[in-house]
Design a protein around this ligand. Structure first.
Ligand code: GLY
Length: 370
């Protein structure tokens, strides 16, 4: 088992990474329990797989367990589900010193975390991520929230968990597609500022995607280490944390067009967005065409999509993409924000991308001009 610390002073917490951790979940919760009771928030898919064993092991450890299930999928990051989870938590008799456990992927972590941030003006919570995407990204760093009809993650709070418990065995029930989508966020850390990790991923991606425990642990550990350092340096995204949005300005626009119905997964959108961000960097004279080809070639080799025409075979138009990008919550005074690259593994933030260069990237990627 490996442990990392997110160094946030009095709010510092540990990330535990290993095999068989879910069976020992009560050990990881115990330090934070004032009463021997917890509320687990999960989704229907994860509950179907793990509810019986988790309830059994927590009850055997003497804990009273409440369980709230929301439908699997992005639609659960809604006002309605938020209200449902809050009301069920109150009906269970949650007090301020009680703990919420978020057992699920990114949707459950964001929703349960936001409930924890809001209920009784703030409860402790522990993240138990079950998807690769949640294990390497969303469970660490305290971003919690739900979606509004105006856009994704527009309602939310920074609320750090008390611990993150990453059991790599849970990835055995994840589909190949979901695993690959999470892998896009792993590649992202290499492209931001860890060229040695990027080289390692190019050499070892087959083992990771085959779920080799040693390779998976290494990929998750390096990703969480990068995330933990970034969050400790810039918790509320005033600077360095924004680099974690590599590919995301394009990705959020593609997701908004696709409609969050599961046809385009977040990680798939990030994969496409990272290729586009590198293309844009080359058009701005920052990196070579060979670097763009290397990134695109690697992402394609992993089985992830690289073109905005995925999944519908027709890419959104340039004006539609720009409309979404201007509405992104990282835009400021209507100026779009991009993470660009000076060289592979040297990402930086820019609000200074000429519209005609952006348009060239969009057209080259297959977006019709109107
Ligand atoms: N997922 C990006 C961040 O946590 O900042």
């Amino acid at each position: 088992m490996k442990t990392l610390t997110v160094g946030l002073g009095a709010r510092a917490y540990e990330i535990h990474i290993g095999s068989g951790l879910l069976a020992r979940l009560s050990d990881y919760l115990q330090p934070f329990l004032k009463r021997q009771r917890v509320l687990v928030v999960s989704d229907t898919t994860v509950s179907g797989l793990y509810r019986a064993s988790v309830e059994k092991s927590l009850c055997a450890a003497g804990l009273e367990v409440g369980w709230v299930e929301v439908p699997a999928g992005e639609a659960s990051k809604s006002y309605a589900c938020f209200a449902q989870v809050c009301d069920q938590a109150l009906a269970f008799g949650m007090e301020r010193s009680d703990v919420i456990v978020a057992l699920g992927g990114g949707v459950v972590g964001d929703l349960a975390g936001y409930v924890a941030a809001s209920l009784l003006r703030g409860l402790d919570f522990v993240q138990v991520p079950t998807s690769l995407l949640a294990q390497v990204d969303s469970s660490v760093g305290g971003k919690t929230g739900i979606n509004s009809p105006h856009g994704k993650n527009l309602i939310g709070a920074f609320h750090q968990p008390k611990a993150v418990v990453i059991d790599i065995d849970l990835l055995n029930t994840l589909s190949d597609r979901e695993l690959r989508a999470g892998f896009a966020e792993v590649i992202k850390y290499g492209l931001i500022d860890q060229p040695d990790f990027y080289d390692w991923l190019e050499a070892n991606f087959g083992r990771v995607l085959d779920r080799d425990p040693e390779a998976l642990t290494q990929a998750i550990y390096r990703s969480c280490q990068a995330k933990a350092e970034t969050v400790a340096a810039d918790e509320t995204e005033k600077g360095r944390r924004a680099l974690l949005n590599l590919g995301h300005t394009f990705a959020h626009a593609l997701e908004a067009e696709a409609g969050y119905d599961g046809r385009l997964l977040h990680g798939e959108a990030v994969a496409i967005g990272m290729v586009m961000a590198h293309d844009l960097s080359a058009r701005l004279g920052l990196i070579s065409d060979q670097d763009v080809a290397r990134v695109q070639g690697f992402i394609a080799k992993t089985g992830l999509p690289t073109s905005p025409a995925f999944p519908s075979n027709s890419a959104p138009s340039v004006p539609r993409m720009i409309l979404h990008m201007r509405k992104d919550k990282k835009a400021s005074a209507g100026q779009m924000t991009f993470i660009l690259s000076r060289a592979l593994g040297q990402a930086f933030q820019s609000r200074d991308v000429p519209l005609d260069t952006l348009t060239q990237t969009l057209i080259a990627a297959g977006c019709p001009s109107d």
